[in-house]
Ligand binder design. Structure first.
Ligand code: SF4
Length: 216
């Protein structure tokens, strides 16, 4: 499995070139993006983030100082804005109360324990936790998303019914725990599934075509 996963990453990298993901200026901006991107497309996150950035500095204190209603208005383009506003303010309050706003301190310590702490916070599921760990904290925690599931299923590496934990373990158990590798790999999977292995895949232009049993 290790060879298959590394080979997949290398083929995608050869096709798309070096990719590095998360477009954010600060680690806390990554956290905001990780909440905003839940159940929505990234272009909607960009719209919401642009409005938010114009209105306030992106700090936990500034998020808490906003009325919830105003925060909802600002992040409305991201969808589920009431839920997301509540989650962002709860996260910010926790960060301020428990770590004096020091995100690096909150995300330091043994990875499994830090991940468990994140997962106990309201609105933080496994994908959000892993995004925060990998992209805000530069910790080697593989991010799984719907694109990962789709691609690995089509390549015959998953049935598609596996849980998030099982899919994540596939990468965590077989790949070296390197932040750059995990960062690039996730970005490459996203690129592949956005551009080529779409819902209606463009197999004729796919770099994985020779190995793909699902060729459509
Ligand atoms: S060959 Fe087609 S189905 Fe297979 S990975 Fe490529 S685009 Fe997806």
């Amino acid at each position: 499995m290790k060879e298959k996963l590394l080979s997949l990453c290398h083929r995608l990298a050869a096709h798309f070139g070096p990719l590095h993901w998360w477009p954010a200026d600060t680690p806390f901006e990554v956290v905001i993006g990780a909440f905003l991107t839940q159940n929505t497309a990234w272009r909607n996150v960009e719209l919401a983030m642009a409005g938010l950035k114009q209105a306030i500095p992106l700090t936990p204190q500034a998020l808490c100082d906003l009325s919830t209603q105003r925060l909802e208005e600002l992040i409305r383009p991201a969808g589920f804005f009431r839920q997301k506003a509540q989650r962002l303010q709860l996260f910010s309050t926790y960060l301020l109360d428990r770590h004096q706003g020091d995100l690096a301190a909150m995300l330091s310590g043994p990875l499994p324990q830090v991940r468990d702490t994140l997962l106990r916070l309201k609105g933080v599921g496994p994908e959000t936790a892993d995004c925060i760990l990998l992209y805000a904290a530069q910790r080697p925690s593989f991010v799984v998303d719907a694109y990962t599931r789709r691609l690995l299923k089509r390549l015959g590496l998953l049935t598609g019914d596996e849980s998030y934990a099982v899919i994540r373990a596939l990468f965590m158990d077989h790949l070296p725990h390197q932040v750059d590798l995990f960062n690039a790999y996730h970005a490459l999977i996203v690129e592949q599934c956005k551009i080529i292995c779409r819902k209606r895949p463009l197999c004729e232009s796919c770099p994985l075509r020779p190995q793909c049993p699902a060729l459509l």
